[in-house]
Design a protein around this ligand. Sequence first.
Ligand code: ADP
Length: 848
Amino acid sequence: MPNNGIQIPRRLPLLLTHEGVLLPGSTVRISVNTPRNMQLVKSRLLKGTSLKSTIIGVIPNTRDPDHDTDDLSPLHSIGTAGLAVQVVGSNWPKPHYTLLITGLCRFRVCGLLKERPFPLAEVEQLDKLEQYTPSFSQEETEGDGELGALSQEFYQAALQLVDMLDMSVPVVAKLKRLLDSLPRETLPDVVASMIRSSNKEKLQVLDAVGLEERFRRVLPLLTRQIEGLKLLQKSRKPRPDDEKRVISVRKGGVFPGRQFSLDDEAGDEDGDDTQILERKVHGANMPEAALKVCLKELKRLKKMPQSMPEYALTRNYLDLMVELPWDRNTKDRLDIGAARVLLDNDHYAMDKLKRRVLEYLAVRQLKTSLKGPILCFVGPPGVGKTSVGRSIAKTLGREFHRISLGGVCDQSDIRGHRRTYVGSMPGRIINGLKTVGVNNPVFLLDEVDKLGKSLQGDPAAALLEVLDPEQNHSFTDHYLNVAFDLSQVLFIATANSVATIPPALLDRMEVLHVSGYTQEEKVEIAQRHLIPHQLEQHGLTPEHIQIPQDTTLDVISRYTREAGVRSLERKIGALCRAVAVKVAEGQKVIEPEHGSPEGSAQEERGQSPVYIAAPPERPIVIDHVALKDILGAPPFEMEVSEHLTLPGVALGLAWTPLGGEIMYVEASRMEGEGQLTLTGQLGGVMKESAHLAISWLRANAKNYQLTNMVGGPDPLDGTDIHLHFPAGAVIKDGPSAGVTIVTCLASLFSGRLVRSDVAMTGEITLRGLVLPVGGIKDKVLAAHRAGVKRVILPKRNEKDLEDIPANVRSQLDLVTAGDLEEVLNAAFDGGFAKAAKTPEHPRIPSKL
Ligand code: ADP
């Protein structure tokens, strides 16, 4: 064919593709991942600098992709020279490039010059490639007899098709303009690449080198499309966006650089989808800034083919944006009276906490935009912190969402990952909002004391931004990259201990301590809440099972040892399960004449035992026998006295994040050089307490007649002392063991036994004063749980005794001590008297 226009190079690198057929005049995206094609992209497209180096030959790979071989022959002989407009590389899910290629003209392969690293072929250009001058080519084709008529007919059909489309879609309008301006001879290729046609049909169009043949091949396809459209329009109710549904044309621009979409089903759905998405974006009522970002992303999405990995990313992002509750909220219904009733109904005891919560709610009622502190419930596990948070949400009529922060050590957990990362996602706050679907939920930030820290940034700092009322109206999640207003969210935090809450965070919070329960409170909680709740969970009613009060008490004192009620709830659950099995199987019993225990013996004798179904005797009462049967032997048989049969043992009280605990201190002495050995994983403060105790005792040895092993006046003379704090796997620290160490050593040096039913706590000074310590309520409750009768406390902790429930106070002998002398007197039977004062030396009268 004579060629008087632009020429393509005579040697072209070839790109074999399974992904459809590139026709001159159309632009397609081709994903490239075979070794040869990758090489071509790397060494030709990415290295080349001239325009010529961006022209490659695209040959449809006609072989079955599943049985493709490395062999190049047979190679389809006709291809399209294309201009690589864009190359995008990605490593996900595997290394590949995506090329945006615009078809220029057909060529024929004359011979392969080389096959590796990518095929290079000697080619012959088949179509003209010139600057289009419409008037000239129109005259030329029209004047060409039969070809002219054919082209005219084709042009009319194309016009008809365009007229059937929705002209309000910009690309359709542009297409109509193009029909007039493009040379007629290019129309078959352009139209064939846009209408719905199979790859085989397109291949035939590609192979139609003669213009007349090309018109003939495409015309039936065009007519088919028109007929199909007509049918569709007839079968549907005319709606304004019908055409848009029938044929979706993306706004991506038209030739060159047009991305065809009339020809694939997926394209249709996708267009429809993006339109729905666009409507959702407009309907989400998001703030201006967010809307702007969304529309920008939407625009990008429309231009992307679905196969691009970024498509899914952008799509996910937009889906999240439209799902977020930008202006959806629940209406607060706040009635303090009702709130009080609800809190009381849901929770037994915890009066102080409930009072403070009601105050907080009352202020909210009076002042709607409350920028107050964040409530933080601090206490051992299972004391109802989460449950109170849930009740607050219930009283306010708000959604409740729990965000567990235990172990979170990456700030992206709170603030999300930037979208540049593969697998990036929003943080827990935004995720929570998406889950609840309103912008004013109650968020319970669980376990703020267990936030970690790592190289990935400090989550506490991110949380600060979330909680700070001055900042959180424009909280920016990295994934969203636009501000979201969190000021309507009600945050409540929980923790086991304030000690490990990051100080900056603690500063923003109002700490409400929730201490453990007494046995009596636990019995009440079990009877009123836990048992009914567990019955319901297991599908039982009080007609099936009865757990009397003393069984509950047994479970509390012998099967659990905790500040809260979580394992109590589990044990009750175990009782319910056991009864549920009995109820479900209708309690099969053995007929009396066979005798129940002989069941197995009968089987051995070859007779099968006879079972009859009888209704279980209801209700099944869980007495002590049943309890032991179901739960096994009780793990906690606490006999405090049995531990104190030797001098050199004393019982202390410790506070842990899990509540109060009793703790033994043991001491022994042996011949040596006055060394002190401490074991039991002690912290620095505890070691200091031990040294303090020894120094005080040495200083006061004479007063109390304390001696070393051979009766010498210095208890440390020729003696080594070993102090041990059992349960050595647990790290212990804090000053409150001071008085216990002194008592323990006093017992060792004096050889007297400490009273078995005494527990104590208090910090000591070198002068022998007893200083106040924390966690008094938890410690006293722990002593009470363990069956201790007398508790020695620092005098200055007297004010804390008010918190201790009256019944516990009445059962315990609470002794407050201002100095160590008082402690020792209370710890030993009959007191720990000082030695009788030695008579003063007789005065020597002055001779002067
Ligand atoms: P926490 O968050 O303090 O670890 P939870 O709130 O999860 O503890 O409480 C554990 C269980 O104990 C829940 O089923 C809760 O209803 C129950 N519970 C705890 N305290 C009380 C109480 N005072 N009254 C009623 N139920 C309680």
